[in-house]
Design a protein around this ligand. Structure first.
Ligand code: SAM
Length: 270
């Protein structure tokens, strides 16, 4: 899988690309990450990429000409031209479902903003998929782009080594938070590893983990169960009764019966 990052600060990625899983994935040819400096497509002597907003207001906006020229050149640089993503706090929120969809693409172009953001005509003219990493404002799109690369590349076959490991993680196939995990020592400062994990009884361990996963999701992220419940019942998002249906279920086993079912076959999103 190939990522092309379009940014005014390509150096920000230096440390990230040289470490751990991402470095290994690049070295093994599983992913490619190319960085492009939008400023290289500026046309005036001062290499300007930003200007003041019409109508006044604080800060500077990234201008259309260098961005259009950069995107078009990068698209032409390899085949296929790739899917253009704009990192913006105004975009669709990144979640595991979206990450899974992006991991199916052979090539992603990640357009990183800075300053007060982009001239609106960049959205209109280039029609990117707009993605936000959360309801907060970062200084630029580079950290959000790294976050996206990190989450998507984990799903590229071979990157994790153990292909099953991401299936059991929070938000993955089950739509639940992951169960608690323990490693050696068996006891630390009076805190013991739950007995069931030491029994070697895989069925019992599986059952305990499932219950813990459900209990933890109910406790911390009830919204995940509510959304799942809506999907299964075919209720539209925002169904006022969906929360009541879930809140009645405090027994893990009662929830378990419903959650054993698969997602809707059309893979509909939340
Ligand atoms: C300071 S922000 C501009 C925010 C813009 N004025 C607004 O209110 O929507 C500069 C750039 O950082 C990136 N950015 C900031 N927060 C982000 C977020 N939550 N998700 C994705 N990108 C973000 C975007 O690329 C954005 O163009």
């Amino acid at each position: 899988m190939r990522f092309d990052v379009l940014t005014l600060f390509p150096e920000i990625f230096e440390g990230y690309l040289g470490q751990s899983l991402i470095k290994k994935a690049i070295d093994r040819g599983l992913i490619e990450i190319h960085r492009w400096n939008i400023r290289d497509w500026a046309t005036d002597k001062r290499k300007s990429v930003d200007d003041k907003p019409y109508g006044g207001g604080p800060g500077m906006l990234i201008m259309c000409p260098p961005v259009f020229a950069c995107v078009e050149a990068v698209q032409r640089a390899a085949d296929p031209p790739g899917r253009l993503i704009m990192l913006t706090p105004q975009g669709q929120l990144l979640n595991q479902k979206l990450v899974e969809r992006l991991a199916q693409e052979p090539r992603l172009l990640l357009l990183c903003g800075r300053y007060e953001g982009f001239d609106e005509r960049i959205r209109e003219g280039l029609k990117p998929l707009e993605i936000s990493v959360g309801d907060f404002i970062c200084n630029g799109g580079e950290v959000p782009a790294m976050l996206l690369i990190d989450a998507v590349s984990r799903l590229v076959p071979g990157v994790l080594g153990d292909e099953t490991s991401h299936k059991y993680e929070s938000f993955s196939e089950s739509g639940l938070l992951e169960y608690p995990q323990y490693t050696r020592p068996r006891e630390f400062r009076g805190m013991k590893v739950p007995e069931v994990l030491l029994t070697g009884n895989h069925q019992e361990i599986e059952r305990w983990r499932r219950e813990q996963s459900i209990a933890r999701t109910l406790q911390r992220r009830r919204d995940l169960l509510e959304r799942r419940d809506q999907r299964m019942s075919g209720a539209p998002a925002g169904d006022a009764n969906a929360g009541d249906r879930v809140s009645g279920r405090t027994e893990p086993d009662a929830v378990d019966l419903r959650l054993d079912q698969q997602d809707t076959p059309d893979g509909r999103d939340d």
